[in-house]
Structure formats: C-alpha cells, structure tokens
Design a binder for this molecule. Sequence first.
Ligand code: GTP
Length: 343
Amino acid sequence: MQALILAGGKGTRLRPLTIHTPKPVVPIVNKPFLNYQIDLLKRAGVKDITLSLSYQPGKIEEIFADGQDYDVRIHYAVEASPLGTGGAYKNAEKYLTETAIVFNGDVLTDMDLARIVAHHKERKAAATVVLVPVENVSAYGVVETDSEGRVQRFVEKPKPGETTSNTINAGCYILEPHILNYVPAGETYSFEYQIFPSILKAGEPFYSYIWNDYWLDIGKPQSYLQANYDLINDKLPVFPVYRHNPQFGNSEDAPKIDYVSVVDPSCTIKPGVEIINSVIGPNCIIEEKARIENSVVWAASRIGKEAVICNSIIGKSGIIGKSSVVDGAILGDKSSLTDYTII
Ligand code: GTP
C-alpha cells in the first residue's frame, strides 16, 4: 500500500496565512496540518508516502525530510509549475507502483482508511472515491452512485435541480496503478473533470465509499478555525490533544486558561490574561489582562495589554497593540496593529 498526498496548491482561499506558509503545513493545534494525514495513513499501515508539491515545496520538505522522524518513508514529486490534481498524480508515477490512497492535502478527517481499502479490494475496484454527505452541495463536486455504490456521474458545483444526490467527493481516492494510464504526462489535468470521467467511460469498476463521520476541508479561514476548535474539543478522538499548557497558581490575578485551550509551554502569559477555546503557538507573549477567545495565534506573536482577540487568526510574529479589539480578523504574518485599534 502506498499513498500520495496532493499538497501543491496555492491555498488562495486561506490568504494571507498561506503567503509564507503553504496550506498543507499551516499549524492546526500547533502541528503542521499534514501531520494529521500522515498519522491517519500510519494507522492504516501505510508508510510509503509521496508528497506532491509545487507551491513553496522547500518549506514542506524542510519539515518532513525523509519521514524518519515520523516513522514513515517520504518521497517528493515536485512540479515546476502546478499541473492540477490529475497532473500532479501523473507526476508522481514512479512512486506509485501498488494500490494507492490519494488524498487532498487539506482534508481533516478520521476516516478508517484500512476499512475503505478493504472495501475497494473486496469489490476488485479499479478506483474508489470516498464520499461524504453534506446539506448544501452547491459548492462541491457531487458524486451520483447506484444502489450498489458504483459511481454513475460527477456534477461539479451543481445548480439547483441539477442533482438529487447529497454526497460529495471527499478528496480521498483508492486507485490501482493502471489508472495512471488515463493521464497524459506533463500536462495540466484534473481528477474531477478528466480522470474520473475517463474511468467511467472506460467502464472500469469504479466504486464509492460513504464516510459518515468527521470530514472538514480546512482550506477557508472559517473552516481552519473550526478544525482547531474541533480538535481541542475532542471531536476527533483519533487525534488526542496533549496539553502542556503553562501552569499558574490560584491567585486572583493568575492567568486563566480554560480546559480546552492549548497554549505552547514556551509562551509568556502575564497576570490577568484569559484564554478561552483558543490555540496559542510557541514563543508568544500575552500581556496583562488580554483576552483571547475562539482564536488561533501563530508563533512569536505579542498581544498587548488589555487587548481583546475574538474569532480571529493572528499570523506569525503579529503585534497587537494594547487595548485593541480584534474580532473576526485574519491577519497575515508580521501584522502590526497600533494601540487602541478596533477591527
Ligand atoms: P485554493 O487556492 O484556496 O482553492 O486552494 P488549493 O490551491 O489548495 O486548491 P484546492 O483546494 O482545490 O486543492 C485541493 C488539493 O489539491 C489541495 O491539497 C492542494 O494542495 C492540491 N492541489 C491543487 N492543485 C494542485 C497542483 O497543481 N499540484 C499539486 N501537487 N497539488 C495541487
């Protein structure tokens, strides 16, 4: 068993966070996102993993290197210019010699990959696409299937009345190596618009597997925040959160960190600070009486005295002036707000 993680996209919807940090390694509860996918693959016994990269590949290679620290073997297939999801798959051909799990590198899920692969093998499928049910399908790639779970049709971003299906492509596929033959080398190509329709047309055994548990595309600011909230609130028991929060006494002005928040132990947290349902990255300084709620603060940021941060993401090395109120903001790395700012 092998795996390919498609991790070369520009992550435009997560800008400005992805200007200096590629989306596959944005910190989720203080760990680069791909850690979660690599963990999930390891659980299914998959240790031969290829990362398909294009945007800022060096930053990802620097973190995962050959995979030894993660107890897996990692290969890299780097595109000179982005080839789309299908072209990226073809570009990794030399590493894909067995049945492969192909994963979009922005899906947080607790999928039981071993079970999904077993389902694929039992049906002698050439391809299996994992589906998730959603309430509103209009922003997604809908997949229609028959009563046996065979894929019938793909409808990308359907208009009202175009489909009655509520299951969407979850960005996880099990593919036999010969599927690579449907993709021309060196061309920009798409799974959704080109490879999958070709597989259907060829009459290959193409199945679906419906995943009814957790699934979230972390690629938008609100869903990025949601991923952090869900992990710290133990919504994904497969990824337990270990807290090493700084400890304080019980004096009246001691900082208060609620039960779910995660604060890196290297942070300086001053008296009177309150941290609620939030994640604070390494080496941050939180000044007296600041309040941080439902927010994620990346490494090396300084939050001024009596500042209030709510429902926001503060990029690396942010400086938030004293008594500022920041609500619903997404601030890129090195943002600096003067004292008393309100945004
Ligand atoms: P947006 O710009 O915000 O849409 O994000 P994105 O660039 O990541 O695109 P999208 O969310 O549609 O991509 C789904 C997955 O495929 C992500 O994990 C991307 O990293 C990956 N991906 C998208 N395009 C490419 C590509 O050209 N090459 C490679 N290697 N991966 C890609």
